[in-house]
Design a binder for this molecule. Sequence first.
Ligand code: LCV
Length: 259
Amino acid sequence: MDFIRTTIDGPVGTITLNNPRKLNALCEHLVGEIIQALHDFEKAGLRVAILRAMPGVKVWSAGHDVSELPEGGRDPLGWDDPLRELVRAIETFPAPVIALIEGGVWGGAVETVLACDIVLATPEATFAVTPAKLGVPYNISGMMTFMSAGSARIVKELAFTARPISAERAERVGMVNHVVPAEKLEAFTADIAQTIAQNSPLSIRSMKECLRVLSGAKPVSPRGFERFQGLRRMVYDSEDYAEGIRAFKEKRKPVFIGG
Ligand code: LCV
């Protein structure tokens, strides 16, 4: 594996993001390695997976690899996009996935973390939902991931401002389970993981799947779905979307014209 490290401690497996050159941006290669590691953990019958970055990182993950986003005319977050595949792999992994967060979590990496079952963070960790900064029309299941982690009002503030929020604020609004000082976080995470691993894996697996289905069970009519997709297409076909991606690559602030 080039971009991750994996370790196994009895019934608990750990995946460590390790592509510092790209700030662990969720590129196709990195995502493929994470998904493969989860498949390996499932085959090995592990009872908990921990997803983390290297100790002491300033950036846990910079989010979707912007260089892999289309420059317009195509849905940037379609079904087979690596980020979508990663979120589904976490959600359907048949055991709890614990996110151990140090540093900044950006864009699609926030959804990835929120797709995990338990989120543990240091006080210095931050979370920034960034589609509006890039001009990206976030996708429907992604918005539901955010909605299941926080109230619509909090999601709107995060999504509309695109500003990072602190781990403490994220904990207060229910997006993070525990905020723990960095020097204690590994032991705290291991304790929760080992506790889970001693409980019934079948009971936990069924409850995780029930909760996944129930949290996604928001009635959306076919007409409503098509309207969402029409709204999203209007965005990714827009000049604003192309400008957002171009500005990121040219390392300048985008100028959005609303069209
Ligand atoms: C590719 C990158 C990235 C990156 N992709 O270091 O949620 S959505 O809809 O927005 C979704 C589509 C999504 O997830 O989009 C990505 C959202 N992510 C962000 O907005 C974070 C963008 N990155 C940053 O704001 C900064 O890089 C942070 C604050 C994370 C770190 O800043 P720092 O000054 O430490 P640099 O900005 O210098 O980045 C180091 C290298 O990593 C690249 C960046 O272009 C630079 O490349 P070069 O060394 O070639 O110049 N990089 C950073 N983020 N998401 N590449």
